[in-house]
Write a protein that binds this ligand. Structure first.
Ligand code: AHG
Ligand code: MN
Ligand code: MN
Length: 334
């Protein structure tokens, strides 16, 4: 069987489908190379001394793991000299990182969650990297600022994630469907293994951190109560539950066999509308899920239509199989 490498796939998309310009193709190849390096560190684990705490905190007030810092550095280093970016922003950095003077600056902005699900790393459970690509506004001549990143998710030109699980897989969209690539370690490259990934419209599987139940808003309580009631309740069907605590792994499961993932707004900290971050978790995952035929809302509107007001803004997330996301969104409408 002839195999399609990531490079070949991207070149064909550029040439034949006209689906992506050459500088975006180059950027995606660079991100993939960085993810390969992160995958290598993840796999080495204790052998490379990368487990445990970094002893520092990020702007979110979260303790950083060593691998949060390593993955962030790998992505910055790989992408700063490629010539395709004007600036980068990350969960692990308070402010955007503008491409330094002396290096060529390109027309894209890259946002990333370098290591998603980092509480899983020390216990050897799947983690991932999430990224989103925007165009830098044309009016920007010097160094981009935070304001230049504040564009709704509908303006993303590409998004993707890499899941570091039993297999390392890169899943990509640039608005032309969703494609999955598996890392072939012997060959050292990603191979197209999952063309046109689709989220089934109906599902019997849900994912939510049930320990927060007492903090949820009424529509979420109602919906989850109905899921738990199963065949004896109004939904007339038994559901199964999963919670990996790594959004990348949950979304990957949903792209493979369907499901709904929820991280709702809750009353733990009224200042925070949810735990997940809009710009580098919500938006890229929403783009991927919608491109695969699913839906992603904050309970009230499409995540991708939210006008962001700050780089590290939080968002409630309901995403996955269309029928279930529609139902829980309708419950929010009352
Ligand atoms: P991160 O490791 O980038 O901070 O993100 C973790 C996120 C997300 O991946 C996951 O769904 C959620 O946090 C898990 O939260 P709980 O600890 O509340 O289960
Ligand atoms: Mn994350
Ligand atoms: Mn993270």
């Amino acid at each position: 069987m002839s195999r399609t490498s990531l490079s070949r796939f991207l070149i064909e998309q550029q040439r034949e489908a006209g689906a992506l310009p050459p500088d975006l193709r180059h950027l995606i190849e660079t991100i993939a190379r960085a993810c390969k390096a992160i995958s290598h560190s993840v796999n080495k684990g204790a052998l490379a001394g990368i487990l445990g705490e970094a002893g520092t905190g990020n702007v979110q007030g979260e303790a950083q793991k060593k691998l949060d810092v390593i993955a962030n550095d790998v992505l910055l280093e790989a992408n700063e000299w490629g010539g395709n970016l004007a600036a980068m922003a990350s969960e692990e950095m308070e402010l955007p990182y503008s491409i330094p003077d002396g290096l060529p600056r390109g027309r894209y902005l890259l946002l990333f969650d370098p290591l998603d699900g980092s509480s899983n790393i020390d216990v050897n459970i799947s983690v991932g990297t999430i990224f989103s690509v925007l165009e830098c506004p044309e009016s920007v001549t010097g160094h981009p600022t935070e304001a230049d990143f504040l564009q709704p998710g509908t303006r993303q030109v590409a998004a993707g994630y890499t899941v570091y699980g039993p297999q390392t897989m890169l899943v990509l969209t640039f608005g032309n469907g969703v494609y999955g690539f598996t890392l072939d370690r012997e060959q050292g490259g990603f191979v197209l293994t999952h063309p046109q990934m689709k989220v089934p419209a109906a599902t019997g599987e849900f994912a939510i951190n049930m320990s927060n139940m007492r903090h949820w808003e009424a529509p979420v309580k109602r919906y989850v109560d109905e899921l738990l009631a199963g065949k004896t309740g109004p939904l007339n069907k038994d559901y199964n539950m999963r919670w990996v605590a790594s959004m990348v792994a949950e979304v990957h499961r949903i792209l493979t066999r369907g499901g709904i993932f929820m991280y709702p707004k809750d009353a733990r900290d009224p200042a925070k509308p949810g735990k997940l971050r809009l710009m580098y978790e919500g938006n890229p995952m929403a783009f991927i899920v919608e491109q695969a035929g699913g839906l992603a809302t904050n309970g009230h509107q499409r995540i991708m239509e939210i006008e962001p007001s700050k780089l590290h803004e939080r968002v409630a997330v309901f995403l996955g199989s269309r029928e279930e996301v529609e139902r829980v969104t309708a419950y929010h409408r009352g």
